[in-house]
Design a protein. Sequence first.
Length: 365
Amino acid sequence: MATDETAVLSVDLAAIVANWQALCRRGAPGAVAAVVKADAYGLGAARVARQLYAAGCRHFFTAHLSEALPLRPLLPQGMLAVLNGPLPGTEPDYLAHHILPVLGSLDAIDRWTALARREGRPLPVLLHVDTGMHRLGLDAAGLAALAADPLRLAGLELRYLVTHLVAAEMPDDPANAAQLARFAAACAALPQAPRSFANSSGLFLDARFAFDLARAGAALYGINPTPGHANPMRVPVRLNARILQVRNVPAGATVGYNATWRAARPSRIATLGIGYADGWRRALSGRLPAAWPADFDGAPVPLVGRVSMDLTTCDVTDHPALGPGDWLELMGPRCPPDEVAEAAGTNAYEILTGLGPRVVRTYVT
Ligand SMILES: *Cc1c(COP(=O)(O)O)cnc(C)c1O
Protein backbone atom coordinates (compact mmCIF):
# COMPACT_ATOMS: atom_id res chain seq x y z
CA MET A 1 0.00 0.00 0.00
CA ALA A 2 1.30 3.41 -0.87
CA THR A 3 1.43 5.60 2.18
CA ASP A 4 2.09 9.27 2.47
CA GLU A 5 2.43 9.61 6.18
CA THR A 6 4.48 12.60 7.17
CA ALA A 7 4.38 12.31 10.94
CA VAL A 8 5.56 9.23 12.80
CA LEU A 9 5.71 8.49 16.50
CA SER A 10 8.31 5.82 17.08
CA VAL A 11 7.80 4.00 20.37
CA ASP A 12 10.65 2.10 22.01
CA LEU A 13 8.89 -0.75 23.78
CA ALA A 14 12.09 -1.97 25.40
CA ALA A 15 12.52 1.43 27.03
CA ILE A 16 8.96 1.24 28.39
CA VAL A 17 9.74 -2.19 29.86
CA ALA A 18 12.96 -0.80 31.36
CA ASN A 19 10.93 2.05 32.90
CA TRP A 20 8.44 -0.43 34.36
CA GLN A 21 11.24 -2.52 35.82
CA ALA A 22 12.82 0.56 37.39
CA LEU A 23 9.46 1.49 38.91
CA CYS A 24 9.06 -2.07 40.19
CA ARG A 25 12.35 -1.72 42.06
CA ARG A 26 11.01 1.45 43.69
CA GLY A 27 7.66 -0.13 44.52
CA ALA A 28 9.01 -3.41 45.92
CA PRO A 29 7.80 -5.38 47.73
CA GLY A 30 4.58 -3.97 46.29
CA ALA A 31 3.72 -4.51 42.62
CA VAL A 32 3.46 -1.88 39.90
CA ALA A 33 0.47 -1.82 37.57
CA ALA A 34 0.59 -0.34 34.08
CA VAL A 35 -1.98 2.37 33.45
CA VAL A 36 -2.76 2.07 29.74
CA LYS A 37 -5.80 4.35 29.53
CA ALA A 38 -6.14 6.76 26.60
CA ASP A 39 -4.39 4.27 24.31
CA ALA A 40 -1.43 4.11 26.69
CA TYR A 41 -1.20 7.90 26.73
CA GLY A 42 -1.29 7.95 22.94
CA LEU A 43 1.51 5.42 22.42
CA GLY A 44 -0.71 2.44 21.56
CA ALA A 45 -2.29 0.39 24.36
CA ALA A 46 -2.28 -2.98 22.59
CA ARG A 47 1.45 -2.96 21.82
CA VAL A 48 2.43 -1.45 25.16
CA ALA A 49 0.26 -3.81 27.22
CA ARG A 50 1.43 -6.89 25.31
CA GLN A 51 5.09 -5.98 25.80
CA LEU A 52 4.65 -5.29 29.51
CA TYR A 53 2.71 -8.51 29.92
CA ALA A 54 5.56 -10.43 28.27
CA ALA A 55 7.93 -8.75 30.73
CA GLY A 56 5.84 -9.99 33.67
CA CYS A 57 3.43 -7.16 34.39
CA ARG A 58 0.14 -8.62 35.69
CA HIS A 59 -1.90 -5.55 36.66
CA PHE A 60 -3.41 -3.18 34.11
CA PHE A 61 -5.78 -0.22 34.33
CA THR A 62 -7.81 1.60 31.71
CA ALA A 63 -10.25 4.47 32.23
CA HIS A 64 -13.11 2.98 30.19
CA LEU A 65 -14.58 -0.47 29.73
CA SER A 66 -14.35 0.07 25.97
CA GLU A 67 -10.59 0.44 26.36
CA ALA A 68 -10.29 -2.72 28.45
CA LEU A 69 -12.30 -5.02 26.18
CA PRO A 70 -9.82 -5.20 23.27
CA LEU A 71 -6.92 -5.65 25.69
CA ARG A 72 -8.36 -8.65 27.53
CA PRO A 73 -7.44 -11.25 24.87
CA LEU A 74 -3.88 -9.91 24.86
CA LEU A 75 -3.58 -10.36 28.63
CA PRO A 76 -4.64 -13.94 29.31
CA GLN A 77 -3.80 -13.81 33.00
CA GLY A 78 -3.71 -11.01 35.46
CA MET A 79 -5.86 -8.13 36.55
CA LEU A 80 -7.46 -5.68 34.14
CA ALA A 81 -9.48 -2.97 35.90
CA VAL A 82 -11.47 0.09 34.83
CA LEU A 83 -10.70 3.24 36.81
CA ASN A 84 -13.76 5.29 35.90
CA GLY A 85 -16.14 2.76 37.44
CA PRO A 86 -18.96 0.75 35.88
CA LEU A 87 -21.99 2.37 34.29
CA PRO A 88 -25.34 0.62 34.83
CA GLY A 89 -25.94 -1.95 32.12
CA THR A 90 -22.29 -2.79 31.55
CA GLU A 91 -22.21 -5.62 34.13
CA PRO A 92 -22.40 -8.49 31.63
CA ASP A 93 -19.28 -7.28 29.83
CA TYR A 94 -17.30 -7.06 33.07
CA LEU A 95 -18.30 -10.60 34.01
CA ALA A 96 -17.88 -12.16 30.57
CA HIS A 97 -14.40 -10.72 30.06
CA HIS A 98 -13.05 -10.91 33.61
CA ILE A 99 -12.59 -7.17 33.77
CA LEU A 100 -12.74 -5.71 37.27
CA PRO A 101 -14.71 -2.61 38.14
CA VAL A 102 -13.33 0.07 40.44
CA LEU A 103 -16.40 0.77 42.57
CA GLY A 104 -16.56 4.31 43.84
CA SER A 105 -20.06 4.89 45.17
CA LEU A 106 -22.66 3.16 47.33
CA ASP A 107 -24.83 2.90 44.27
CA ALA A 108 -22.17 0.98 42.37
CA ILE A 109 -21.51 -1.21 45.41
CA ASP A 110 -25.19 -2.04 45.76
CA ARG A 111 -25.44 -2.93 42.09
CA TRP A 112 -22.44 -5.23 42.35
CA THR A 113 -23.58 -6.98 45.52
CA ALA A 114 -26.96 -7.60 43.85
CA LEU A 115 -25.10 -9.00 40.87
CA ALA A 116 -23.05 -11.28 43.13
CA ARG A 117 -26.28 -12.59 44.67
CA ARG A 118 -27.76 -13.28 41.25
CA GLU A 119 -24.56 -14.96 40.09
CA GLY A 120 -24.37 -16.94 43.32
CA ARG A 121 -20.64 -16.35 43.67
CA PRO A 122 -18.27 -13.73 45.07
CA LEU A 123 -17.28 -11.07 42.55
CA PRO A 124 -13.81 -9.50 42.54
CA VAL A 125 -13.77 -5.71 42.66
CA LEU A 126 -11.59 -2.77 43.60
CA LEU A 127 -12.99 -0.16 45.97
CA HIS A 128 -12.08 3.49 45.40
CA VAL A 129 -12.13 5.76 48.44
CA ASP A 130 -11.82 9.50 48.00
CA THR A 131 -9.10 11.03 50.15
CA GLY A 132 -9.12 14.50 48.67
CA MET A 133 -9.41 14.51 44.88
CA HIS A 134 -13.21 14.83 45.05
CA ARG A 135 -13.85 13.45 41.59
CA LEU A 136 -14.58 9.76 42.06
CA GLY A 137 -14.58 7.39 44.98
CA LEU A 138 -16.55 6.85 48.17
CA ASP A 139 -17.03 10.03 50.17
CA ALA A 140 -17.08 10.26 53.96
CA ALA A 141 -20.80 9.51 54.14
CA GLY A 142 -20.40 6.45 51.94
CA LEU A 143 -17.53 5.20 54.06
CA ALA A 144 -19.53 5.72 57.23
CA ALA A 145 -22.44 3.78 55.75
CA LEU A 146 -20.15 0.85 54.94
CA ALA A 147 -18.50 0.97 58.35
CA ALA A 148 -21.94 0.88 59.99
CA ASP A 149 -23.16 -1.94 57.78
CA PRO A 150 -20.30 -4.18 56.62
CA LEU A 151 -22.84 -6.60 55.12
CA ARG A 152 -23.39 -4.03 52.43
CA LEU A 153 -20.18 -5.43 50.87
CA ALA A 154 -21.42 -9.02 51.08
CA GLY A 155 -20.54 -11.01 48.00
CA LEU A 156 -17.71 -8.72 46.97
CA GLU A 157 -14.13 -9.89 47.02
CA LEU A 158 -12.08 -6.75 47.67
CA ARG A 159 -8.95 -7.10 45.56
CA TYR A 160 -7.65 -3.61 46.34
CA LEU A 161 -8.64 -0.52 48.25
CA VAL A 162 -7.70 2.36 45.95
CA THR A 163 -7.19 6.07 46.31
CA HIS A 164 -5.48 8.70 44.15
CA LEU A 165 -3.01 11.44 45.06
CA VAL A 166 -3.80 15.07 44.33
CA ALA A 167 -0.27 16.46 44.16
CA ALA A 168 2.14 13.55 44.13
CA GLU A 169 4.59 15.36 41.86
CA MET A 170 5.11 17.98 44.60
CA PRO A 171 6.82 16.17 47.49
CA ASP A 172 6.46 19.16 49.83
CA ASP A 173 2.72 19.54 49.32
CA PRO A 174 0.99 18.80 52.64
CA ALA A 175 -1.84 17.11 50.69
CA ASN A 176 0.35 13.99 50.38
CA ALA A 177 0.63 13.32 54.11
CA ALA A 178 -3.01 14.32 54.65
CA GLN A 179 -4.16 11.76 52.07
CA LEU A 180 -1.94 9.12 53.62
CA ALA A 181 -3.67 9.69 56.97
CA ARG A 182 -7.16 9.71 55.45
CA PHE A 183 -6.42 6.51 53.54
CA ALA A 184 -5.25 4.80 56.74
CA ALA A 185 -8.45 5.84 58.50
CA ALA A 186 -10.62 4.69 55.59
CA CYS A 187 -8.86 1.33 55.36
CA ALA A 188 -9.29 0.81 59.10
CA ALA A 189 -13.04 1.22 58.69
CA LEU A 190 -13.24 -1.28 55.81
CA PRO A 191 -12.57 -5.01 55.56
CA GLN A 192 -8.89 -5.89 55.25
CA ALA A 193 -7.65 -5.80 51.66
CA PRO A 194 -4.46 -4.96 49.77
CA ARG A 195 -3.99 -1.26 49.07
CA SER A 196 -3.24 0.76 45.95
CA PHE A 197 -2.17 4.36 46.45
CA ALA A 198 0.69 5.78 44.37
CA ASN A 199 0.69 6.91 40.76
CA SER A 200 4.05 7.42 39.01
CA SER A 201 5.13 10.39 41.09
CA GLY A 202 3.84 8.74 44.26
CA LEU A 203 6.55 6.11 43.82
CA PHE A 204 9.12 8.88 44.18
CA LEU A 205 7.74 10.03 47.52
CA ASP A 206 8.91 8.06 50.53
CA ALA A 207 8.42 4.31 50.83
CA ARG A 208 5.19 4.64 52.84
CA PHE A 209 3.41 5.63 49.63
CA ALA A 210 4.12 2.45 47.65
CA PHE A 211 1.69 0.08 49.45
CA ASP A 212 0.75 -3.17 47.69
CA LEU A 213 0.13 -1.87 44.17
CA ALA A 214 1.22 1.35 42.52
CA ARG A 215 -0.52 2.53 39.34
CA ALA A 216 2.03 3.97 36.95
CA GLY A 217 1.23 5.66 33.68
CA ALA A 218 3.26 8.78 32.96
CA ALA A 219 6.65 7.47 34.07
CA LEU A 220 6.33 4.40 31.85
CA TYR A 221 6.02 6.71 28.88
CA GLY A 222 8.98 8.91 29.79
CA ILE A 223 7.17 11.78 31.48
CA ASN A 224 9.31 13.04 34.36
CA PRO A 225 7.69 11.91 37.64
CA THR A 226 9.98 14.28 39.57
CA PRO A 227 9.48 17.74 38.02
CA GLY A 228 12.30 20.10 38.88
CA HIS A 229 14.77 17.23 39.07
CA ALA A 230 16.52 15.24 36.37
CA ASN A 231 14.18 12.77 34.70
CA PRO A 232 14.93 9.30 36.11
CA MET A 233 13.00 7.61 33.28
CA ARG A 234 14.00 6.77 29.73
CA VAL A 235 12.14 8.70 27.02
CA PRO A 236 10.65 5.99 24.78
CA VAL A 237 9.09 8.25 22.15
CA ARG A 238 10.38 10.02 19.08
CA LEU A 239 8.11 12.22 16.99
CA ASN A 240 9.46 12.68 13.47
CA ALA A 241 7.99 14.85 10.75
CA ARG A 242 8.86 14.82 7.08
CA ILE A 243 9.94 17.69 4.90
CA LEU A 244 7.45 18.22 2.08
CA GLN A 245 9.15 21.14 0.34
CA VAL A 246 12.16 23.38 0.74
CA ARG A 247 11.96 26.89 -0.69
CA ASN A 248 14.18 29.95 -0.89
CA VAL A 249 12.77 33.15 0.57
CA PRO A 250 14.45 36.54 0.28
CA ALA A 251 15.48 38.66 3.24
CA GLY A 252 12.44 40.51 4.55
CA ALA A 253 9.91 37.84 3.47
CA THR A 254 7.54 36.45 6.06
CA VAL A 255 6.55 32.84 6.67
CA GLY A 256 3.16 31.47 7.63
CA TYR A 257 -0.15 32.85 8.87
CA ASN A 258 -0.13 36.42 10.17
CA ALA A 259 3.48 36.87 9.17
CA THR A 260 4.82 36.26 12.65
CA TRP A 261 8.34 35.46 11.38
CA ARG A 262 10.40 37.51 8.97
CA ALA A 263 13.59 36.33 7.30
CA ALA A 264 16.56 38.43 8.40
CA ARG A 265 18.66 37.03 5.54
CA PRO A 266 18.02 35.09 2.35
CA SER A 267 16.73 31.84 3.86
CA ARG A 268 15.79 28.26 3.02
CA ILE A 269 12.49 27.28 4.59
CA ALA A 270 11.48 23.64 4.98
CA THR A 271 7.79 22.81 5.38
CA LEU A 272 6.97 19.78 7.53
CA GLY A 273 3.83 17.67 7.19
CA ILE A 274 2.63 18.01 10.77
CA GLY A 275 0.39 20.57 12.42
CA TYR A 276 -1.97 21.22 15.24
CA ALA A 277 -4.53 18.76 13.85
CA ASP A 278 -1.91 16.14 14.70
CA GLY A 279 -1.52 17.42 18.24
CA TRP A 280 1.58 19.43 17.34
CA ARG A 281 0.11 22.39 19.06
CA ARG A 282 -0.36 25.87 17.70
CA ALA A 283 0.74 27.26 21.06
CA LEU A 284 4.23 26.01 20.18
CA SER A 285 4.50 28.72 17.48
CA GLY A 286 7.61 30.75 18.19
CA ARG A 287 8.11 28.98 21.50
CA LEU A 288 9.70 25.69 20.65
CA PRO A 289 13.31 26.30 19.71
CA ALA A 290 14.23 23.54 17.36
CA ALA A 291 13.97 20.24 15.57
CA TRP A 292 16.78 17.81 14.87
CA PRO A 293 17.72 16.14 11.61
CA ALA A 294 16.67 12.58 12.32
CA ASP A 295 19.28 10.65 10.39
CA PHE A 296 22.44 12.40 11.49
CA ASP A 297 23.70 14.42 14.40
CA GLY A 298 23.26 17.80 12.87
CA ALA A 299 22.79 21.06 14.69
CA PRO A 300 19.20 21.82 15.65
CA VAL A 301 16.93 23.45 13.11
CA PRO A 302 14.95 26.49 14.29
CA LEU A 303 11.18 26.25 13.96
CA VAL A 304 9.78 29.49 12.56
CA GLY A 305 6.36 31.02 12.04
CA ARG A 306 2.95 29.78 13.08
CA VAL A 307 2.16 26.12 13.44
CA SER A 308 -0.84 25.62 11.17
CA MET A 309 -3.35 22.78 10.95
CA ASP A 310 -1.30 20.45 8.77
CA LEU A 311 2.05 22.19 8.37
CA THR A 312 4.97 23.47 10.41
CA THR A 313 7.85 25.51 9.00
CA CYS A 314 11.52 25.59 9.92
CA ASP A 315 14.63 27.46 8.85
CA VAL A 316 17.14 25.10 7.21
CA THR A 317 19.40 27.80 5.78
CA ASP A 318 22.35 26.38 7.71
CA HIS A 319 21.49 22.79 6.72
CA PRO A 320 22.11 22.67 2.97
CA ALA A 321 21.91 18.86 2.92
CA LEU A 322 18.30 18.77 4.09
CA GLY A 323 15.67 18.41 1.39
CA PRO A 324 12.22 17.06 0.62
CA GLY A 325 11.61 13.61 2.08
CA ASP A 326 14.05 14.07 4.96
CA TRP A 327 12.79 13.63 8.50
CA LEU A 328 13.22 15.97 11.44
CA GLU A 329 12.81 14.93 15.06
CA LEU A 330 10.47 17.28 16.90
CA MET A 331 10.19 15.39 20.18
CA GLY A 332 12.32 12.65 21.69
CA PRO A 333 15.18 12.19 24.09
CA ARG A 334 16.73 15.51 22.93
CA CYS A 335 13.48 17.41 23.32
CA PRO A 336 11.36 15.31 25.70
CA PRO A 337 7.57 15.59 26.04
CA ASP A 338 8.01 17.61 29.24
CA GLU A 339 9.95 20.28 27.33
CA VAL A 340 7.41 20.42 24.52
CA ALA A 341 4.67 20.72 27.13
CA GLU A 342 6.43 23.55 28.89
CA ALA A 343 6.71 25.45 25.61
CA ALA A 344 3.01 24.83 24.88
CA GLY A 345 1.92 25.88 28.36
CA THR A 346 0.53 22.49 29.33
CA ASN A 347 1.73 19.18 30.75
CA ALA A 348 3.34 16.26 28.96
CA TYR A 349 0.29 14.07 29.55
CA GLU A 350 -1.72 16.36 27.31
CA ILE A 351 1.01 16.46 24.66
CA LEU A 352 1.24 12.66 24.40
CA THR A 353 -2.49 11.96 24.60
CA GLY A 354 -3.15 14.76 22.11
CA LEU A 355 -1.16 13.22 19.25
CA GLY A 356 -3.76 12.58 16.59
CA PRO A 357 -4.66 9.60 14.43
CA ARG A 358 -2.68 10.88 11.43
CA VAL A 359 0.51 10.37 13.42
CA VAL A 360 1.56 6.84 12.53
CA ARG A 361 2.78 4.80 15.48
CA THR A 362 5.74 2.53 14.83
CA TYR A 363 7.45 0.26 17.34
CA VAL A 364 10.98 -0.79 18.09
CA THR A 365 11.69 -3.55 20.60
C1 LIG B 1 -4.23 8.18 35.34
C2 LIG B 1 -4.25 7.58 36.71
C3 LIG B 1 -3.08 7.01 37.24
C4 LIG B 1 -1.74 7.11 36.56
O1 LIG B 1 -1.14 8.34 36.90
P1 LIG B 1 0.31 8.76 36.36
O2 LIG B 1 0.55 10.08 36.98
O3 LIG B 1 0.18 8.84 34.88
O4 LIG B 1 1.26 7.71 36.79
C5 LIG B 1 -3.19 6.35 38.45
N1 LIG B 1 -4.36 6.29 39.12
C6 LIG B 1 -5.49 6.87 38.66
C7 LIG B 1 -6.73 6.78 39.45
C8 LIG B 1 -5.46 7.55 37.44
O5 LIG B 1 -6.57 8.15 36.99
